[in-house]
Write a protein that binds this ligand. Structure first.
Ligand code: NOJ
Length: 741
């Protein structure tokens, strides 16, 4: 259809039908199941509401999508197809590492390719729009949803946001592309005290400098929808925030697609205390140009009355409805209401060899080696290599896919035990669970039963039996690999924690194993930065595996046995202890910095009982090679607008192992009209180095990379001195300087 056709269609619609396009219901309303996070109570919608509803939440399955679409269209007067939207966050049935791991690849090009494959798998099974990418900047490890995001840095997260949107779009062919919805707009990653759904409150300059950039990158890359966040922005919930949605998103950024709420967020305006009832909530959201009401009856039941009373205009409803119709038209649904979903194509693409191989490769790049004392890794997989005991709740668990892999085919997960046995054979390898994941599973509530989590629900062996078996196995081995971590449900939505250390039974087990005096390698499964201070001395090596996805076991084995030289680098700071949170590398100096202040002793900005810095900083990660950085050159030492300043550094592989260095460039604006972070990532390069090779790595800095949100409410740079830093992480840096003139 062309635009005129859509306008003609709009002209034929009744108010009830237009409102219907603005309502999203879940599978339950269509006689199907659905899988979403959020409260599960009855909506109270009528069959008439369902008959005109515009979109469906989280129902997938080629047959189910076709069935629902057919039944719906049969009953529909104007035959406007439903659009099926779902959460496809880091994989569909083939599951990639959680986004914290994807971020740790520092490889947006690779992730773009992965998201192409993800789109192809999801679209074959009926997904037309995905609620992805989530790109909230995450700086507080207490928040459970750290796992869904690429990390703490606005620039790096923006690079991933762009890549993910481009990946979802693929080459544009319907069988390889899905429309996407950036979320959660905006600032959702900064809830006070890290507590889920809590207040977000920050100044506008901070919001713009540090939080908005990744969403903007997704919008600029052409994402079709934007999802409102649950939180407040300047005291007004995002879902009712006209400044954010209309002025910034639509006005300043030129976004003209549909804005959808997060789950039940219109009705939650009442909970926030900005609306007295559903009618007021509907008016506020509509006036903020929020088009689609996900999973509440507010729009369905209140909008017609508001129009009749002149509190919402017909023009507002028409504009919102047209945005939804345009999306459907863009997806080609008027020509083919199933798009390319087909059971046959699903068989062809689901967990295809290409996808499994890409998940394994990406996972290999996502793993971060945090410690490798005495080069205990890599382990020798050869016949003369060590006997390995693999111990821990994640030794043979398929729950290595993380909380948001709701469509993943868990039966395809390769466990560590599967992979180790393939590499070592049964003679040189054994595994044992060793302990329960948690002492008490009750903190997890009943959500687990919706996502098929079984740990903690069966009456297995006693704690003593588990430990005895594991210690015997460890005693007979040459090396112990401990597979420990958070319970899969301890992170993700609703997974806020004030204790971000490893669960107690696992720490006890690790300490007992340590007493045996064997080399201990700790492989960690977790959805947030953990505070590892209390376990670091109990192991010789630590490999951060996140929740590594379908190919996780194999990828971990690839790294542990040296087939892959780890290159993952953290995109979130790991604290010494939870009291440092929120913790991020791009700190401000303060008037009394801990180092270099005119004041001495007590009266500087520091903790009495912990360092200011991270235990493992942003950008950090080890490899099996070591590299030397030297000869930082900062071009002419001065930069003018419109020109580029060349920055170069020599990086040498000091070892006989080929590897990848992630060379990172940071800047610091020394004196500006607003305080500026001591370090800000502005560029990076993944550089492959052969054994003993030296490469000169070059960057270019332009004036546009030095801009910030000024007191004049504009993006601008200010002339003056800048420091530039290059190195392998945000701590170990070479320093230079230049002037912006
Ligand atoms: C709530 C989550 O916040 C959001 O990320 C998700 O897309 C919706 N539920 C729908 O499942």
């Amino acid at each position: 259809m062309n635009h005129e056709d859509l306008l003609a269609l709009l002209g034929k619609m009744t108010l009830k039908e237009k409102v219907g396009q603005l309502v999203q219901l879940d599978g339950g309303c269509f006689g199907a199941g659905d899988m979403s996070t959020g409260p599960r109570e009855k909506l109270g919608v009528t069959q008439e509401d369902v008959d005109v509803c515009g979109s469906v939440l989280n129902v997938l399955g080629a047959e189910e999508v076709r069935r629902i679409q057919d039944t719906y269209l049969e009953r529909s007067r104007l035959k406007i197809p439903l659009v099926f939207m779902a959460d496809v966050i880091y994989g569909y049935q083939t599951c990639y590492p959680i986004p914290l791991g994807l971020g740790a690849t520092w490889d947006p090009d690779l992730i773009r390719d992965d998201y192409r494959l993800i789109a192809g798998e999801a679209v074959a099974d009926g997904c037309m729009v995905t609620f992805s990418p989530p790109v909230d900047v995450v700086r507080d490890a207490r928040w459970g949803r750290c796992l869904e995001m690429p990390g703490e840095d606005p620039y790096l997260s923006s690079r991933f946001a762009t890549a993910m949107v481009e990946g979802f779009h693929g080459d544009g062919a319907p069988e390889r592309s899905i429309a996407c919805c950036v979320k959660h707009f905006a600032g959702y990653g900064a809830p006070e005290a890290g507590r889920e759904y809590n207040t977000v409150d920050m100044s506008e300059w901070r919001f713009r400098n540090e939080y908005l950039a990744p969403y903007k990158a997704a919008v600029d890359a052409g994402c079709e929808l934007v999802m409102t966040s649950f939180n407040t922005v300047e005291g007004i919930p995002a879902t009712a925030n006209k400044w954010l949605m209309d002025d910034v998103l639509r006005g300043e950024w030129g976004f003209d697609g549909p804005v959808i709420t997060d789950y039940a967020a219109v009705a939650e305006l009442i909970g926030h205390g900005v609306a007295a009832n559903a009618r007021e909530a509907t008016r506020l959201a509509m006036n903020a140009t929020v088009d689609i009401d996900m999973k509440t009856p507010c729009y369905a039941h209140e909008l017609e009355g508001l129009v009749a009373d002149g509190e919402v205009s017909m023009e507002q409803v028409d504009a919102a409805c047209l945005r939804v119709l345009e999306l459907k038209n863009k997806l080609g649904l008027f020509e083919n209401p199933y798009r390319t979903c087909s059971p046959e194509r699903r068989v062809e693409v689901t967990c295809s060899p290409e996808r499994l191989a890409s998940a394994r490769k990406t996972c290999g790049e996502a793993l971060v080696l945090l410690k490798n004392e005495g080069d205990v890794l890599p382990l020798d997989a050869g016949e003369d290599g060590p006997r390995v005991a693999l111990i821990g709740p994640y030794a043979n668990s398929r729950d290595i896919i993380g909380m948001w892999a709701i469509h993943a085919d868990k039966s395809r997960s390769v466990t560590l035990a599967d992979a180790f046995e393939e590499v070592l054979g049964p003679e040189r390898f054994g595994w044992a669970k060793g302990c329960e994941t948690l002492d008490d599973y009750s903190e997890l509530g009943d959500f687990g039963k919706y996502v098929g989590i079984t740990s903690g629900v069966d009456d297995g062996p006693s704690a003593d039996e588990l430990e005895t078996e594991a210690l015997a196995l460890a005693a007979a081995a040459d090396v112990v690999v401990m597979a420990l971590g958070e319970h899969m449900l301890q992170s993700g939505e609703g997974g806020a924690r004030t204790d971000i250390t490893l669960p107690a039974p696992q720490k006890r087990l690790l300490a007992r194993v340590r007493e045996l005096g064997k080399p201990v390698v700790l492989v960690l499964f977790n959805g947030r930065p953990l505070a590892l201070t209390d376990v670091l001395d109990d192991c010789d090596a630590v490999l951060e595996a996140w929740f590594p996805g379908t190919a996780g076991g194999r990828a971990v084995a690839d790294v542990l046995f040296g087939d892959v030289n780890p290159s993952g680098r953290l995109t979130v700071s790991f604290p010494h202890n939870v009291g440092q949170e929120p913790l991020y590398y791009a700190q401000f100096s303060t008037g009394r910095p801990a180092k270099g202040s005119a004041h001495s002793g007590r009266f500087v900005s520091r903790y009495m009982d912990a360092p200011n810095e991270a235990l493992f900083p942003f950008g950090y990660g080890l490899s099996y090679h070591t590299a030397r950085y030297e000869n930082l050159c900062v071009g002419t030492g001065s930069l003018r607008a419109g020109e580029k300043l060349r920055v170069s550094v020599d990086v040498t592989n000091e070892s006989q192992v080929a590897g990848i260095e992630v060379v990172q460039l940071y800047i610091h604006d020394v004196a500006a009209s607003r305080v500026r972070p001591m370090l800000e990532l502005r560029d990076f390069a993944r550089v492959e180095l052969a054994a003993s090779e030296t490469r000169t790595v070059e960057f270019e800095i332009g004036e546009d990379q030095l801009r910030f949100w000024t007191p004049e409410h504009a993006w601008a740079s200010e002339p003056g001195s800048f420091e530039v830093f290059v190195g392998p992480n945000s701590r170990d840096l070479l320093a230079g300087s230049f002037e912006l003139i």
